[in-house]
Every structure is written in C-alpha cells, then in structure tokens.
Ligand binder design. Structure first.
Ligand code: UDP
Length: 324
C-alpha cells in the first residue's frame, strides 16, 4: 500500500511527504517540476509526470498499489490567474478530473485536497468559519472551489472520500532545515522580507497602509507548515476510519499584519533593511483569519507553532543555510 503525493516537490507537498515517511507510509511523489524542486523530494519514490497526461497517471497507478492520494499540484499565483484563467482552469480543474478518473478506475477512494481560504473571497467577518459563504474574487479561488464541488458530487455518486483542507497563509520551514519555501518567482511576504534582511533585495514593499485594520496594513493568518503536515496526517487517519469526508479551515486564529511580520523579521534576524510603504496590491482582502475550531474538534489538531517569531525563525534558518 502506498500514498501518492501529487505536487510533492512543492513547498507544502514536500513537507507532507517528509511527515508521511516519518510516520512509516510508503510514498510516491508525482510532480511535473514546473514549479516544484527535485531536491525537495528526499523521501519516497519520485515519478516525474503531469496530471495533464492521463497515461502518465495511469502508469503510476499500474506500477503501485495506491491507497490514498494527497493532491497539492496546482498553479497558485492569484494575479496570473486573473490574466490567464484558461491556464488555471485546465491545470487546477481539468487535470484534477484526470486524476479522479484514474483513481476511480483503480478503486482508490481516498483524497486529501489542498484548498484555500481564497474560496471565501472578501469575508464579511473574521475569524472565518467553514459555514461562511464561499464567493471567490479571483479565478484561482474559483478553480479550488470548483474542485470542492466536484468532490462533493463524486462522494455522492462514487463514494469518493475526501478531506478538503482550506489553508490560510502557509509559512515557515521544516525545523530540521532540510526543506523550505522557495518559489520562482517569489511573491510571498515572508520569503521576500527575509530576502530584504539578507540583502538579496533592496527593500520590502508594504502593499497598502490604508486598510481598515489596526495599523493599516493587511492582516493574515500565518500557519506553520509543520502544523499543516500534522493535520494532513490526521485527515488521512480520519478517512482511514471510514468517514465519508469533510472540509476544514487550517489557520491559527491569530491575525498578523504585514508591518508586524516586518518587525518580527527584524527581531529574529537582528538585521535592519529599508521598508517602503506602497500602494495596495489588487485583489487583497483586508483581513483573512481562520477559525480552526472544527479541525481541532473533529481531527484533534493542536497547532504548535502559532507565534510569528517561531515561524519566521524556522524560515530564516532555511533561508540562510540552504535554498533551491
Ligand atoms: N505583501 C506585501 N509585500 C510583498 C508581498 C506581499 O505587503 O512584497 C502583502 C500582501 O499584500 C498580503 C500579505 O503580504 O497582504 C500576504 O501576501 P502573500 O502573497 O504572502 O499571501 P496571500 O495572503 O496573498 O496569499
């Protein structure tokens, strides 16, 4: 019995792949390496392939007895999804249908799916609970919501069990420093502030200081990738126990502003760097904070690394010593 990790060469997927191996699962990482890093696949078997190609998915399912699938493979640049929606709907939706088709053919009926708080759009209040309306404000969020709906229908019609995990802002790095966050191009706040601290960038730009938040900058809920890894394993156990499926918000319920992240990086690294107050970035909601009550109650999850300084410290250790 093996676990297929689609997109396991990416940031979140590689951390979950490591955790699965630690827990004694045999994994096969399936990744097209468009954004993933071959060096991040240090555990399990690697199979290079693309979910756009049904034959490549079929080859993996024929070669291994796959019991469950973790699906991280998606494009996730919000801005690009606005200018190139076709690319996002094909990759994130159509290619997921290819995966589900092969899973069904092989009688594999457990899926853990990476969704996002972007499915909620501009929330009316925070913290966001799972029962709040999902109205994405960009194509990226809509692709994820579309897959959520597909999974519901597949559950009813074909008995597919699925755990839908709606991430808030994944952050931090493996505490052993073996893997971490690296996107090309990088658009995420914490790696960019660390680049400013290490002198790889001239400054960090704060996108918007006139939001209706305590300090005027956007508030987000940063969740350590190790805590995400922990809850993914719990979600797998939940499906293994025979539950038909459910959906969970994964956040810390702690809102941290952009300016607070900048201060944390200064504190943790001891470095000074220029901070430029800039215009808003299009499409940014003012506050995204998630309630994790349901995941705590149903899955018994207890995030361990809630403090922003700990998240930043782990990310900094990775940033300084490794990187790919
Ligand atoms: N942000 C910023 N400067 C940057 C990158 C991001 O001020 O160079 C802000 C961004 O506007 C948002 C927050 O940092 O309010 C988190 O952005 P990120 O892209 O990391 O994650 P998102 O919340 O968009 O998923």
């Amino acid at each position: 019995m093996a676990i297929l990790v689609c997109g396991g060469a990416g940031y979140i997927g590689s951390h979950i792949n490591k955790q699965l191996n630690r827990e004694g699962y045999e994994t096969i990482v399936f990744d097209n390496l468009v954004y993933g890093h071959r060096e991040a696949v240090k555990w399990g078997t690697f199979a290079e392939g693309d979910l756009a190609d049904e034959a490549e998915i079929e080859a993996v399912f024929s070669a291994h007895e796959i019991d469950a699938v973790f699906h991280f493979a998606a494009y996730a640049y919000v801005g690009e999804s606005v200018t190139e929606p076709e690319k996002y709907y094909y990759n994130n939706v159509v290619n997921t249908l290819n995966l589900l088709k092969v899973m069904k053919r092989h009688g594999c009926n457990k899926l853990i799916f990476s969704s996002t708080c972007a499915t909620y759009g501009e929330p009316k209040k925070v913290p966001i609970t799972e029962d709040m309306p999902q109205n994405p404000i960009n194509p990226y969020g809509m692709t994820k919501l579309t897959v959520e709906r597909i999974l519901k229908d597949y559950q009813k019609a074909y008995g597919l069990q699925s755990a839908v995990l709606r991430y808030f802002n994944a952050a931090g790095a493996d505490s052993d420093g073996e893997i971490g966050e690296s996107h090309h191009p990088e658009t995420h706040l914490i790696p960019l502030v660390l680049d400013a601290a290490s002198g790889k960038r001239e400054d960090i730009k704060v996108f918007g200081t006139d939001y209706n938040t305590p300090d005027g900058s956007c508030v987000r809920d940063y969740i350590h990738v190790a805590d995400l890894a922990d809850v993914h394993i719990r979600a797998l156990h939940y499906l293994e126990e025979g539950n038909p499926g459910d959906f969970f918000n994964l956040g810390n319920t702690i809102g941290t502003s952009v300016l607070e992240v900048v201060e944390s990086v200064k504190r943790v690294t001891g470095k000074e760097f220029p901070v430029t107050l800039s215009d808003r970035r299009q499409g940014d909601p003012a506050r995204l904070v998630g309630s994790s009550d349901k995941a705590r109650k149903v899955l018994g999850w207890e995030p361990k690394y809630g403090e922003i300084d700990v998240i930043v410290a782990h990310a900094w250790k990775w940033h300084e010593n490794a990187g790919y």
